[in-house]
Ligand binder design. Structure first.
Ligand code: ATP
Length: 395
């Protein structure tokens, strides 16, 4: 598809105010009756510079096949920009990203580039906090024909979602606090009613839509309510919210037991809302169940904005070698289309999303794909081409 219907990209300086932002205009010959969305594309650093463009092309072309036009605007931010200019995320770039219908981001930060206080460059965290992206949606979907870590056959067909609360929890106050002394350091856990209610509402609604598509219809609150009062409060709000969703099973698990379940019988899980750090750790475990960091996708959802990105980092050890796995980035693009379709009432965008997800499965099912991170030799070009071929068959 990419070769036959060639994408024309125009790079242009928009105007002086946005001098640091390139606009990519994707131009096609026939353009009519399209639902249009503005997408802020943020490649960031490391492997982001390699796998963003092919993934954007794949997603844009597939959407177009369903009459959905993605107007992609490239927004610069990250460690490389900081090293070059002293500003990792200029305010006008933030505003440009904020004004988009969705943000499609790869990864940001480099181990060699730090702020003067030694902390990492992370504009993705700025987006999360300033845009109040409280629901970190982390699907765990396994692909066929991969050497996955669990022996049980059911582990080859996993399909559950961790919903990581993403702006509070223990990451709400990560910096040195007033109680800290020379000998003791503290971090507090923040659990607010406002964000917890939104998180649980989102989770129950997600379980409802998954149930409508044949899913289990279960939400498992993962916490540490037996020890931490903040987590007891989290669970109390869960219990209040669950009353609104009598069609969905409300379940509970302490985080330690949840880690055990994710290894012993992850197929028993459906939708799992949890605290920020717990979700951070469990979603890496979920990536391992999928075969590696490059396999997993995510959406960071708020009331007015959303960011879609693979869960991996910038992988500087393999950047520029062609070895990066673009699967998580492409699946994140699929999630983005699903979000746009649902939020803006575009069934065409949802159909395009389904095609992306199915094509990724089919590409692995066809055999012959084994990403480097799983011990194979399939780099981003081969994987993108295989998925593209499967999309073509489904259209
Ligand atoms: P961050 O702190 O930004 O999350 P990290 O150092 O924890 O980053 P990654 O950058 O995700 O982690 O890399 C961890 C390991 O996984 C590295 O060895 C890297 O090469 C590998 N890796 C990460 N993403 C991919 C990918 N898309 N394809 C192949 N390997 C990857």
């Amino acid at each position: 598809m990419l070769a036959s219907r060639k994408l024309i990209m125009q790079k242009q300086n928009k105007n002086k105010k946005f001098a640091k932002i390139f606009a990519f205009n994707f131009i096609y010959t026939e353009e009519h009756n399209m639902k249009e969305f503005k997408i802020a594309v943020m490649p960031g650093d490391g492997i982001g510079k390699e796998i963003t463009e092919p993934s954007v092309n794949l997603i844009t072309e597939t959407a177009k096949s369903f009459g959905v036009k993605l107007n992609n605007v490239l927004v610069d931010a990250g460690a490389e920009l900081y090293a070059r200019t002293g500003d990792a995320f200029p305010e006008e770039n933030f505003e440009e990203a904020k004004s988009a219908d969705a943000i499609y981001l790869c990864a940001m930060g480099l181990p060699t580039v730090r702020y003067p206080d030694g902390t990492e460059i992370g504009p993705q965290h700025t987006l999360r906090k300033r845009l109040k992206l409280y629901a970190g949606v982390r699907p765990c979907i396994t692909m066929p024909n991969l050497p996955l870590p669990l022996k049980d056959e059911r582990a080859n067909n996993l399909d559950f979602v961790i919903v990581r609360e993403s702006i509070e929890g223990i990451f709400a106050a990560p910096r040195k606090g007033q109680l800290d002394t020379e000998d003791v350091a503290y971090n507090a856990i923040k659990v607010s009613r406002e964000i917890s209610e939104k998180l649980f509402d989102y989770s129950f609604k997600l379980a409802q839509s998954r149930k409508a598509a044949g899913g289990m219809g279960k939400v498992t609150c993962i916490d540490k309510a037996n020890v931490l009062s903040s987590m007891f409060y989290f669970r109390k709000i869960f219990d209040e919210v669950k009353q609104k969703y009598p069609d969905i099973v409300a379940d509970y698990s302490y985080v330690d037991a949840a880690a055990l379940t994710m290894v012993r019988k992850p197929w028993s899980l459906d939708v799992c809302p949890t605290e920020n750090l717990m979700g951070d750790i469990l979603s890496d475990l979920a990536s391992a169940l999928m075969g590696g960091m490059g396999m997993s996708s995510s959406g960071e959802i708020g009331d007015n904005n959303a960011v879609f990105q693979p869960t991996h980092g910038t992988a500087p050890d393999i950047a520029g070698t062609g070895k990066a796995n673009p699967t998580g980035m492409i699946l994140s693009g699929g999630l983005m289309l699903e979000y746009l379709g649902t939020k803006f009432n575009s069934p065409e965008a949802v159909k395009a999303s389904n095609v992306i997800k199915q094509a990724v499965k089919n590409a692995y099912a066809a055999g012959g794909l084994l990403p480097y991170e799983l011990g194979g030799t399939s780099g981003w070009k081969e994987i993108t081409a295989a998925i593209d071929k499967e999309i073509e068959k489904l259209l």
